[in-house]
Every structure is written in C-alpha cells, then in structure tokens.
Ligand binder design. Structure first.
Ligand code: PMP
Length: 430
C-alpha cells in the first residue's frame, strides 16, 4: 500500500506551506501525548483505542486551547465592530483563512470560503454553480465510490435542471481506473465530482490525472477532499481542480467548520447561494448587491471559534514532519492489512494498491454492529454501517461493513488490540 502524495507541492516557495523537512522527525508518542481523549479508559481497565478517525478525528490540546480562548477572551462577532474584542476575533478568524490558503497553496485568500463542512461546500457548488450552468441533457460525472454528500446534491440539481448523473464504476478492489473514467466522459459532461480518498475503502484516486482528463473534455472538476487532505499534502494549484472541499473535524479541528476552495474566476461568476448579513454590499427594497469574495458566500455570523480552531489545527499540522507521518501511517496500515489476514471469517473490503487510512471488512456470519459492540467493550472504537456510501455496499452485496480508520496518533499496538478483540468476536460466534 502506498500513500505517496498524488500532488506534489508547488515549486513556488514564497507561497507554499512550510517544508516539513524543517520539522522534527515524526514521533508518534509525542503526538499521542497531545491528545487528551487518548489519555482515558473508556471502560474500567480498557484504555481507548481510537480507530474511527475517518468519521471524526480527535483534537490536540492546542486546538482545544484555541477554541477555549476564542470564547474566554476574544468572544465577539467578527467584521462589524470597532471594539477590541471584535478586532481580535476578526484578526484570528481571518488569520485562519490565511492559514488555510497557505496549507492548500491556493493563490489568493479570496478563494477560501468558510462553510459548515464538506457537505455544505458541495451543496454550495451544486446550488450556485450547478443551477447557473447545468441544463437539460448535461451530464454530471460521479464515481461509484462517492460519499452520499457527493451524490445527493448532484441528484437534486440534476432533477431540477433536467441534467443527468453518470457514474464511473469501480473495480472489485475499489479502484477507479483512468480507462473507466475516460469511457464515461462525453461532450455532455459539464462537471466531474470525485473523492480524493474513499471513506469506505481507503482507495486513493488518481485525482490529478482525472482532473486533466475532465478538463480536456471541457468539464469543470470538484474534488471531495474530506479524507484526502488529512493523509497527504494537497496543492490546489498543482492539482488544478476547480473546486476542492474538506471538513475541519476530520483534520483535527472542530466540527461546524469546513472549506470550499474555488478558482477565483468561477467564484466571481457564480451567484450567491444564501442571502443575509455579511454577503451583501448594499441592500434596498428594490434590490441588493453582493460583497466581494470570499464574503459573497458567507451569509450570516460564521462559525468563528471553529474557524479559529481550524487555523490552530493547520498550524499544528504544519509543524509535523509530513513525510514521517505519511510513512508511519502507511506502516500501520500495512501492519493492519497483514494482521487482519489472520482472521478466518474476515474479508477485507477495499484492496486497491493505492490506499490511505481505512481498513474496511466483513466477518462471515457476524453482523458488523455485533462485532463493533463487542470491540467497544474492549475499549476499541471502530465504525460499523454503510458509511454514507450505500452504492459501495451494494457493489459488494452487503448492507454494512466494519471500518477501522487511522489518524496521526495510531500505532501497531492499536491494530494488535483490534485483532485480539476480533479474535474474541470470532470465538464468541463459535
Ligand atoms: N465526503 C467524504 C469522503 C467523507 O468521508 C465525508 C464524511 N464522512 C463527507 C464527504 C461529508 O463530510 P461532513 O459530514 O463533514 O460534511
């Protein structure tokens, strides 16, 4: 398994994120010590083994402190007031936007729109760009691997505009091949929307190549980065996607905050999607005009403390040795795949050679929820269900899988705890 970055950081040293080579070598124990949630027993004598980071990541102390300070000291609304608290809150909120710009290597801060999360970012593009640009017979190209958040918003706009959703099938290993993608592109494709990394299977998609192909066919591209931005360096300029979305809570930041990156010219041309305070320039009863980017898409009081927490998470991540972190996560993932192979009833779901973070599996004759409940009694937290990817479940003819997913803090010992818990599950089912 490889988690080699799909997109190399840009050569532009003046704007690229700080090089991870200057960070101290990756030390997983030092990382673990920064996560208070890991310092607990979930049941008597059962320390937490957290293997559910694809659902949401734990938060390091610096992020918790940043959110606490935002409420304890700098508690004010942003942008509108001249008083000191508001000035401080605004500086930190807008500073977080600068951190996101640097982290993604976007060209301009105007291209960074704060949203509630990945789901809201995709809905924004579907409702704003989609309603303005899609018409009868136009095609929106998705893949079989998508999360429901990257399916349903397109179905809604397709139904309204008479457009059609077209799906690139995956292989039984959970891959989207370039050939399969090319075969579904047509002159009617107006937009291709695909995930960077599958949340159900862990497959890393060849997003740069798919983006190139879609652009060659004249289509715009949206990349769902919910799982991608966490496990590899993303450079939106090198990737060249038109839109890239992610959620803060999977990136060690608070929930309620996420990012839509969009190319400036597109964001300028698109209509606003929600109306209210902050997104306007001038309002009269005869009509209103819109604020400049990025505020045109940020109606109402934003998630201020959450955005500040996201800024803190990004600064914390920038201080890590990313090459070391990726190598560590890859080693733990490989250890996991090897050790899960010891279980007689287990079938791994998602065996693409390019994978990150996720170990999805089923156990013959045992419902995933039963396995998850027995594991929880051992202190091992995994996720069971359809993972908001029912088409993936349908592909395998199952309604649910069990999923162990890794974060920056996981170790081989966590995998070993999972495997001994699963051996207990198998023994309980005879
Ligand atoms: N896409 C993918 C690939 C995801 O994993 C998730 C979260 N599970 C989402 C979209 C939706 O993210 P959120 O619920 O944070 O909006």
């Amino acid at each position: 398994m490889s988690v080699t970055p799909e997109v190399a950081p840009s050569e532009d040293a003046s704007s690229a994120a700080p090089a991870s080579s200057s960070a101290p070598a990756f030390d997983v124990e030092a990382v673990r010590a920064q996560f208070p949630a890991l310092q607990q027993e979930v049941h008597p004598g059962k320390p937490l083994v957290y293997l559910d980071s694809a659902a949401t990541a734990l938060k390091p102390q610096v992020v918790i402190d940043a959110v606490t300070e935002a409420y304890a000291k700098d508690c004010a609304n942003v942008h509108r007031a001249v008083h000191a608290l508001s000035q401080r809150a605004t500086a930190k909120f807008e500073g977080a936007r600068d951190s996101v710009r640097r982290f993604l290597n976007a060209e301009k801060r105007e291209e960074i729109i704060f949203v509630r999360g990945c789901t809201e970012g995709i809905n924004l593009v579907a409702q704003s760009w989609g309603r303005a640009n899609l018409g009868p017979g136009d095609e929106i190209l998705l893949t079989e691997l998508e999360h429901h958040s990257n399916i349903v918003p397109w179905q809604l706009v397709a139904e309204e505009k008479g457009a059609k959703v077209v799906v690139v099938p995956m292989t039984d290993a959970g891959e989207i091949t370039v050939e399969a993608f090319r075969a579904k592109l047509s002159e009617r494709t107006k937009l291709a929307a695909f995930t960077h990394v599958s949340n159900a299977l862990g497959t890393i998609l060849p997003v740069a190549e798919l983006t190139r192909l879609a652009h060659d066919a004249g289509a715009k591209v949206l990349v769902d980065g919910a799982q991608g931005v966490v496990h590899q360096r993303v450079d939106v300029r090198a990737l060249d996607a038109d839109f890239y979305v992610f959620s803060g809570h999977k990136l060690y930041a608070p929930s309620g905050i996420g990012v839509l990156y969009g190319k400036e010219a597109l964001l300028e041309a698109m209509p606003p999607w929600q109306g209210g305070g902050d997104m306007i320039d001038r309002v009269t009863f005869e009509g209103s005009s819109w604020n400049d980017l990025p505020y045109k898409y940020e109606a109402g009081t934003p998630a201020i403390a959450q955005a500040i927490g996201l800024g803190a998470a990004i600064e914390w991540l920038e201080g890590l040795d990313w090459d070391g972190m990726i190598a560590h996560e890859t080693a733990v993932l490989e250890h996991g795949a090897a050790r899960l192979g010891e279980l007689e009833r287990l079938t791994l779901r998602g065996t693409a050679p390019e994978k990150a973070s996720v170990l999805g599996f089923t156990l013959e004759g045992i419902h995933p929820t039963d396995a998850g409940t027995i594991l929880d009694a051992q202190g091992v937290a995994i996720r069971t269900g359809h993972h908001c990817a029912q088409p993936v479940m349908d592909h395998f003819g199952v309604t649910a899988t069990a999923r162990a997913s890794l974060g920056v803090y996981n170790t081989n010992e966590d995998i070993d705890a999972l495997v001994s818990g699963l051996k207990k599950v198998e023994s309980m089912f005879g």
